[in-house]
Design a protein around this ligand. Structure first.
Ligand code: HEM
Length: 393
């Protein structure tokens, strides 16, 4: 018996859907557990249960053919990074990247982050009114990982554009993807260039990996991809989470008051921000075996778009999913993915956020919006582009 495929012609990558995605995600969740996206010839998983199951089933939902929605990018990236490999290659790369990102390895940075956070917050209080994205959220992501990696100052001014292009290019082959390709090429050129010994600061993570490559512990040709694995996903994602949190604290001052009177809540801020507005909308997977999505059979060989953003708002899983609540039990949210590809850098993102919100909580009593947030229009990333705020002390 042939099944009638539940399908949709909704364009998840249309400007108007990207600008206001949540009503569409809801419509898609209500339409089914798996939907064939006729415009893109691939499946969409919009509900939490199937997204979680897919992320945990990496043998069936393979990343080794790429995680994008176009052949150009998938051909170029497959097998070439931790994101686009399956075990055992994945595990080897993940161990190298993860060794510097364990809680124990990161602990040594918290004092420095807090010092830097206080300097930044003092500057912003002095200004009074500012753009929370450019002046607050971008400061750490654009300096912390580049400093740790030891990449030169020269070129850093392009990092935001380049890192964004690396995500953009994972979308379907639309106008946005096409126009991101030259920026992505530049990014790859820069990374290959700095992988040369003289360009990585002595003692940095990058330099350590170079020495490990010399010692035969890392395949030398994997050095640029490893640098890219640290740098590419660390910028826009963290900026997005920090901006969402500021926006929500401005909208819900009671949440800010709660955090100020109980600092243990700071640990949950990034999780709740990333649950509410997942910075990565979703990634692709290639099915190696059939998958049963609550009665719908997805066939081996099909492509699947796994939507973290929709799953994190699924009413079937979350109570009042549109509400920002830092008291919420956020365990199980998929804004950092789940399973073997779950974000290896989340501890670092949380450490940055902890330092920043601790410094803010010490001094700022209120965030007031002085204009509406303007959102980026992007294939894969969700994040605020500008957020005018005033802070009160
Ligand atoms: C709030 C900030 C962040 C968010 C929301 C985020 C989100 C994600 C998500 C959803 C995945 C899963 C990808 C998949 O399922 O295929 C992921 C993986 C990854 N992230 Fe993050 N990320 C953040 C910060 C960072 C930082 C700071 C770094 C680097 C220092 C980083 C490096 C990576 C890497 C290398 C992977 C691939 C891991 C693997 O394939 O095993 N991320 N991230």
């Amino acid at each position: 018996m042939t099944q009638t495929l539940p399908s949709t012609d909704i364009d998840l990558f249309a400007d108007e859907v990207i600008a206001d995605p949540h009503p569409t995600y809801r419509e898609l969740r209500d339409a089914g557990s798996a939907l064939w996206m006729s415009r893109y010839d691939c499946w969409l998983l919009p509900r939490y249960a199937e997204v979680f199951a897919a992320l945990r089933d990496h043998d069936r939902f393979s990343s080794a053919s790429g995680v994008g929605l176009n052949d150009v990018m998938n051909q170029a990236t497959k097998g070439g990074s931790v994101l686009c490999t399956d075990p055992p290659e994945h595990d080897h790369l993940r161990r190298i990247l993860g060794s510097r990102l364990t809680p124990r390895a990161l602990r040594g940075h918290s004092e420095d982050f807090l010092r830097r956070a206080h300097l930044l917050v003092d500057e912003l209080i002095e200004k009074g009114s500012f753009d929370a994205v450019a002046d607050f959220s971008s400061a750490f992501p654009l300096s912390v990982v580049p400093d740790l990696l030891g990449v030169p100052e020269d070129g850093r001014e392009h990092l935001l554009k380049w890192a964004s292009a690396a995500f953009q290019a994972e979308g379907p082959m639309n106008e946005r993807t096409q126009s991101s390709l030259p920026d992505l090429q530049e990014f790859l050129g820069y990374i290959t260039d700095v992988a040369g010994e003289q360009k990585l600061a002595s003692g940095s993570w990058g330099h350590q990996m170079l020495l490990e490559a010399r010692a035969g512990e890392i395949d030398e040709k994997m050095l640029p991809p490893l640098l890219l694995d640290y740098l590419g996903p660390s910028i826009d994602t963290t900026i997005s989470a920090l901006s969402t949190a500021i926006w929500q604290f401005a909208l819900h001052p009671d949440q800010w008051d709660a955090l100020r009177s109980d600092r243990t809540l700071i640990a949950n801020v990034v999780n709740e921000a990333v649950r509410l507005e997942a910075p990565i909308r979703g990634f692709g997977r290639h099915l190696t075996h059939d998958f049963d999505a609550d009665g719908v059979t997805l066939a081996a060989g099909d492509w699947v778009f796994v939507s973290y953003a929709s799953a994190n708002r699924d009413e079937r899983r979350w109570e009042n999913p549109g509400r920002f609540d830092i008291h919420r039990d956020t365990a199980g949210h998929v804004g950092f993915g789940s399973g073997i590809h779950s974000c290896v850098g989340q501890g670092l993102a949380k450490l940055e956020a902890t330092a920043l919100f601790t410094a803010l909580a010490d001094k700022v009593t209120r965030f007031e919006l002085t204009g509406e947030p303007v959102w980026n229009v992007h294939n894969i990333l969700r994040g605020i582009a500008t957020l005018p705020v005033t802070v009160r002390v």
